[in-house]
Design a protein around this ligand. Structure first.
Ligand SMILES: Cc1ncc(C[n+]2csc(CCOP(=O)(O)OP(=O)(O)O)c2C)c(N)n1
Ligand SMILES: [Mg+2]
Length: 887
């Protein structure tokens, strides 16, 4: 039951309209939802009658929740204000103190100063740390607001002074707090890396969807858990932020709440100086089907609205653009009176009894706990879809002369007088001198405000943020579990992709770990031959399959199911990576060790969504990235934009990413087996990037004793028939070219060479670097030997290393192989053609390997130079062809 509106917004209605309005008011006063239904029915009726109905994408520039619909604030406003002031001070002190001590160390205060109340209402009343034994709400914090989150944890007694004082000084005896949310650096605290703009909101959407997936598949209990994402208004310019919002509505994610901190500013200046960002976002979210709640004005404006019978107040607001609103907050009350209210005599009269100070104090909605509380409450009660709260705030709120200034984002230091003023304004009991130095202040744990905040958190199940990793009793399948794949293909020509799909099917059927496997694919399932998997485990569809698929009578029909296991994401590598992130961190977030396998075009992996992969690593994500149709010459036909010759190089930049380029299915099986063991049984915080190819050839059986070499990066696959004078390295399908070269060298030129399979240049390099470092730091000890050097042992002669990747990949071993190393690779843009032509063009075919071997031997005086030159001609190598690296 809500109150009946007292005054119609406009008074000049005709008698007929007034009657309608009155009838409507009666309905709304009884039940506002009934009012909404009535309106919807009326619209429907109008459409039937051919009457055009207005499309309401944006609503008037005022709060969505009218005052008469608000519930009273349940908290102790005085104590909460006190807590918030203390947090504000400590956040400021932390950043300011560090910069005073260590100029240039940086940090941000103006973001938090705008966000403080939005967070505090959440911390005091909404953010649950637990639902019984189940994990609580997940909060994606605006990365730049981390000082405020730390300052609260400090008041809660979770950090001591030293850690706070060492903010941004992580390499000290007492390591300080990390600049932003980094689970890698603070694994007990942060869960979600958010500071690269756009990644947080995108991941939050897919997190909410993954939570439903786990529920619908019976892997976790359904709880009222919410995913809250705090997003900057400037951050919404990132395509990642808004690019997936339609998924939220489509999947009815009422477990998802976005709070956009509309402080109207970003780093350089206004987000939309000439427009209103709130209107723009309202239209986008509403259009995408979200529940939109605007929190624009604070309670102190309500009285003005009530007294304004002209409608001019709203009109004046709608005349202003964000640039104006920013200026009003950067200037003082007199300015507001003259330039905002002053435009209309009626408005000037409206505020004639208010002082300039009072005008200056008129709050925006995002600084008013009562307005925020009501918005949050509506959001958590909302059913059937996600909610976005557009909260209007002031950047640099309370920061004296830097408030709402364009440069406020980069404000690290306030001048001494401002610090003293801040302490005075917020009543922080520290001496002026301590204030100037940014001294933190924490009342005793029995101070009423601390008791209150602790009590609130106890009530809500504990502290947030916090990250936990439960003890695991996971047992990985042993290698013989993969016997079918280590045995070889019995001369049948298959690809490593096909091999992978059959391994995946086997894993999915496993009674113990099958349910934990999460296959993810961005509309490339057929490319990878996943049809049988689709039939086997189904595609996840929150609402099941409401239609009868046209291929229902076929064995491998397109099966969607509520408990489907495959995440078929459609054409979104970013969305798929977000799903991979949710699944790859579920071992901690949901205490369910799901094992994601994300299969995609390798070209559209690291180079397209590399920043998300970096965040995944930061989040200690686990799982398998499966780069399909890999290799610049193995993936034929598709040409320049598809042919990947560098993803392994990009993958090597991520410290926790183990990368492999297997040639044979048994190598793949060994890597996957060990990967599951290391990540889920041993608990290592690593993940895998494995390339798979679409070239068919017979898969040999796994050679005895090769497992260690496969995992460490190299093993001898096929020794020379005679005494070897050269060594051929090959990876992926190019290994077959090395084998063919071995044959040609022996039969045509009497040159014997060993062939090695290099499964990972990156792993070999990491090992060699670690060994070298140890040697450097222990000059008095016996030198250790890198694995690649000991694996090669006494193998003689030049090393011709060939891969379907850029030469830079094998070159990473140059420091240890020195002048022996000759690399052949696929530098340059791809082309459309068949493999034969592509490999000839890029000089990675067997003939080029033979030529390179003879050429190198000739330079070393071990083969006649003229004979080498002749051989090149015989082999069909065009020695005057343009360099493919520049073609
Ligand atoms: C991908 C990315 N680009 C640029 C930045 C640098 N950056 C940090 S904060 C910021 C402005 C943020 O503005 P907004 O999202 O409005 O947040 P506010 O601080 O105003 O709350 C920028 C550009 C970043 N962190 N991530
Ligand atoms: Mg902003």
């Amino acid at each position: 039951m809500t109150m009946k509106l007292e005054t119609p917004a406009q008074t000049d209605f005709s008698a007929e309209v007034s009657e309608w309005i009155e009838a409507f008011d009666d309905v709304v006063a009884d039940d506002w939802q009934h009012g909404a239904e009535l309106l919807e029915t009326l619209r429907q009726r109008a459409r039937e009658a051919g009457v055009p109905t207005p499309n309401e994408v944006t609503t008037p520039y005022r709060n969505t929740i009218p005052k008469h619909d608000e519930v009273p604030y349940p908290g102790d406003r005085t104590l909460e204000r006190r807590v918030e002031s203390l947090i504000r001070w400590n956040a400021l002190a932390m950043v300011h103190g560090q910069n005073k001590k260590d100029a240039g160390i940086g940090g941000h205060i103006s973001t938090y100063s705008s966000l403080a109340t939005l967070l505090e209402v959440g911390f005091n009343h909404f953010f649950r740390a637990k639902y019984g034994e189940e994990p609580g709400d997940f909060i994606y914090f605006q990365g730049h607001a981390s000082p405020g989150v730390y300052a609260r944890a400090y008041l809660e007694g979770r950090f001591d002074d030293d850690r706070l004082k060492n903010f941004r000084h992580e390499l000290r005896d007492t390591p300080g707090l990390s600049s932003y949310p980094h689970p890698w650096l603070m694994p007990d605290f942060w869960r979600f890396p958010t500071v690269s703009m756009g990644i947080g909101p995108l991941n939050a959407i897919y997190q909410a969807r993954f939570m439903r997936y786990l529920e619908n598949r019976g892997l976790i209990k359904a709880t009222p858990r919410k995913i809250w994402a705090f997003v900057g208004d400037g951050e919404t310019d990132e395509v990642d932020t808004l690019g997936a919002i339609s998924l939220g509505a489509r999947e009815k994610l009422d477990n998802l709440i976005f709070v956009v901190n509309c402080n109207l500013q970003r780093l350089d200046g206004p987000v939309r100086g000439n427009k209103r960002i709130i209107d723009e976002l309202e239209g986008m979210f509403r259009g995408a089907g979200w529940n939109v709640i605007k929190v624009i004005w604070g309670s102190d404006w309500d009285a003005l609205f009530e007294r304004d019978h002209t409608g001019l107040l709203l009109r004046r607001m709608e005349e202003c653009v964000d640039g104006d609103f920013q200026t009003f907050k950067a200037k003082d009350g007199a300015y507001l009176r003259e330039h905002f209210f002053g435009k209309y005599p009626e408005l000037l009269a409206l505020v004639s009894d208010m002082t300039n100070e009072q005008l200056e104090q008129l709050h925006r909605g995002g600084h008013d706990p009562a307005k925020i509380y009501n918005a949050y409450k509506r959001a958590i009660d909302h059913k059937g879809g996600p909610t976005v709260i557009l909260a209007k705030t002031v950047k640099g709120y309370g920061m004296g002369s830097s408030q709402a200034r364009n440069a406020t984002h980069n404000e690290k230091k306030m001048v001494d007088t401002e610090l003293a003023a801040f302490v005075k304004r917020f009543d922080i009991p520290i001496p002026e001198d301590a204030a100037k130095h940014g001294t933190p202040y924490r009342p005793a744990q029995d101070a009423p405000e601390i008791v209150y905040m602790q009590e609130r958190r106890r009530e809500l199940g504990g502290y947030i943020p916090a990250r936990e990793v439960p003890k695991s009793d996971f047992t990985a399948p042993a290698l013989d579990y993969f016997g079918e794949w280590t045995a070889g293909s019995n001369n049948r020509a298959v690809s490593t992709t096909m091999g992978f799909v059959s391994i995946l099917r086997h894993l999915l059927k496993d009674p113990k770990i099958g349910k934990l496997i999460v296959p993810i694919v961005p509309d490339e399932g057929r490319t990878f031959g996943l049809e049988s998997v689709i039939r086997q485990v189904g595609i996840y569809a929150a609402e099941g399959q409401k239609y009868s698929p046209h291929d229902a009578d076929m064995l491998l029909y397109y099966r969607e199911a509520k408990d489907g296991q495959i995440l078929e994401e459609g054409i979104t590598e970013a969305g798929s990576m977000a799903s991979f992130t949710a699944a790859g961190t579920a071992y901690s977030n949901y205490k369910v060790p799901t094992i994601p396998f994300y299969m995609y075009y390798s070209m559209f992996g690291f180079q397209r969504i590399g920043d998300m992969v970096w965040a995944f690593a930061d989040a200690r994500g686990k799982g398998f990235l499966m780069g399909g149709t890999a290799g610049r010459t193995t993936m034929l036909g598709e040409g320049l934009q598809h042919q990947d010759g560098h993803s392994h190089i990009l993958a090597s930049t991520v410290p926790t990413c183990a990368t492999y380029d297997p040639a044979f299915v048994y190598e793949l099986a060994v890597v996957i087996q060990d990967g599951i063991r290391r990540m889920y049984e041993k608990g290592e915080d690593i993940f895998y990037y494995i390339t798979m190819y679409n070239e068919d050839y017979a898969m040999p059986a796994m050679p005895e004793g090769s497992a260690e070499g496969i995992l460490r990066g190299i093993y001898k696959l096929k020794p020379a028939a005679g005494e070897a004078v050269a060594q051929l390295f090959g990876s992926g399908p190019i290994l077959n070219e090395a084998l063919r070269a071995q044959e040609i060298l022996a039969t045509k030129y009497g040159v014997h060479a060993d062939v090695w399979s290099v499964t990972s240049y990156t792993e070999l390099r990491r090992d060699a670097l670690a060994v070298e470092r140890w040697n450097r730091l222990h000059p008095a000890d016996k030198e250790r030997v890198p694995y690649v050097v000991s694996a090669l042992g006494a193998a003689k002669g030049p090393i011709i290393a060939t891969s379907d990747y850029m030469k830079a990949l094998p070159d990473v071993l140059a420091p240890w192989l020195l002048s022996r190393l000759v690399t052949l690779g696929t530098d340059g843009f791809g082309r459309s053609d068949n493999r034969e032509h592509l490999r000839r063009h890029f000089e990675v075919n067997a003939e080029s390997i033979v030529g390179a071997t003879l050429s190198k031997l000739a330079r070393e005086g071990k083969f006649k130079p003229k004979a080498a030159q002749k051989a090149l001609a015989e082999l069909g190598v065009d020695v005057e062809a343009g360099d493919p690296a520049r073609a």
